[in-house]
Every structure is written in structure tokens, then in C-alpha cells.
Design a protein around this ligand. Sequence first.
Ligand code: URA
Length: 308
Amino acid sequence: MGDPRDRARRLLLRYFGQLAERGERELYLSEDAARALREGLRDVAPAQHRAPEVRTAAPRKDTPAAKPSGAAASPRGAASSAASSAATAAASEEIPEPEVVDVTLAFSTKAASPDMFAEPSLLDGCSTMADVERTSSTCEKCELSRGRTKVVFGVGNETARLMFVGEAPGRDEDIQGIPFVGRAGQLLDKILAAAGIDRDDVYIGNIIKCRPPNNRTPLTNEIEACIPYLAKQVEFIKPTIICTLGLPATQTLLGIRGSMGGLRGKIYRSEDLRVIPTYHPAAALRDPKYKRPIWEDILLIKREYERG
Ligand code: URA
């Protein structure tokens, strides 16, 4: 059998080896966990399995999970808050002040092209989110309606101060009618939990509500047909921060061309709203090099969220 602590150490070292192969050099842990780990690993880490640098910082009390929204704690929230206590510490890391760029959001009525609101009557009668969702459920404004199983309207706290906007539903989302439930969604859950952000405190939607065939990038006419739904969601939710996930969502909201690498790392301010773009979690599934910038962007989002 052997000493279970030796087995735990071996497993941990193997895990560090995997992290090293993926280029991860830092591990964020609560102070207690970091101390236990340092003591446990002293003298046992061979050079080829050198443990990543263990960083600690004092946990904060005012995390997004503690947002005074009155939202009841959920099982997912309870699980994620336990899982996230370590990374909550990371969120108090020094975060550089990013460039702030003033923009007019593409879907604000000031900037909308006539085409974007070609059928304003569709949504004009909607005075609640439920009205908008009901309207979207029978939408046939573009070809994507023919191939869909379900319209994926959006999910989450309708008074959220923080909203995530992705690209379009994939296969799992199309079946379940809920955004970000597939692999990319599971990674998003982990990232949020690691940052101490409760998924139940935020609202999650997409620029496109129906799945494009073979998950191809949405076409301009599809985005134009669908964006009024997102505009209404933002109008009702009134978030103070929107995190755009990936290039199509970022370019659509900001109305700015450019690469994700060039657009991220900044705060785009439109009146009371701040848009903070990051890579789509699917990018990190394809290539782990995107994990680090996503993490930095999430820490920035959390910092901005805590600032109010
Ligand atoms: N990718 C997205 O952009 N949105 C989803 O809902 C799922 C995957």
C-alpha cells in the first residue's frame, strides 16, 4: 500500500510535470494550502518535476460571489466558492491599470445601422425579458432558424452587474437551449470559479441565438438579424461590465476591427458600461497558451467588478 502521503506527493509531482509541459509556471493557492504544499514538497521535487512557483495573497472579502444581489446561494455556487477560495487570493494580485478607450457600442441606438433594427416592431412590444425571450423563441429572421433544435436565449441573473457575451451556441447548447454548457462552457465555469466569480451571479448570452451549421463563424447578416435581442438583454439587465468572449463577440459589440491580441487588455467605455474582451475559452481548449491572457483578463474583470 505504502504511505498515502507519498502517493499524494507522487501524484502532485506528476501533475506539476503536466503543468510544466503545458508551459504553466505559477500556481495560485490560499496561504494555508501554499504553506502545506511547500512543506510537503520540501526536498522531494526532482529537478525534472520542479514544482511551479507557488503564489499567495490575502483573500478578499468583497468577491463577486458576495454581491449584494439577494440571490440565494445555489449548490453550484457553494461548490464553486469552496473551489475558488484559493484563486480568490490570486485576484488580489497587482493588476496594471489598462488603457481605457471611449467607444460607442455597435448596438446602442446611437450607432445602429438602419439594417440592425430593420424590424423594430418585433421587439417594440417587449416590456420584459420574458417577452423578448418569447419573441426570440419563434424567430425566423435568418437561415439559422431552420437548423436549430432550440433557441439559446441566455441564462443567469437578470440584474447582474457582470455579463458574458459569447459567439454562438454549439451542439450541446443547441440541444439544451442553454449557453456555455459544452466543453468551452465547462472551462468557463472553471475559470469563473477559480477567480471567485459565481456563475449564478452573472448573465451569460451570445451574439447569435441559434447554432450555425458545423459551428462555423456567424455571418454578418446573421449577426445583424440577431443583435437586437442582445441589445434588449443589455437594456433590461443593465450590466456595468460586459466581458466579450472571442473575436466575433468583441468586434460586434465594439464595432472595431482588429485581432483579439490587439483588442484585449483594454477597457472599452461606453457611458456607464465597460466592455472587457478576452479570448474565447474554446481557444484555450485548442491551445493552452491562451489560458494565461484569459486569466489576466478575468482578474482585470474581477477588479473592475469590485470597484463597482
Ligand atoms: N461557444 C459560444 O460562444 N457560446 C456558447 O453558448 C457555447 C460555445
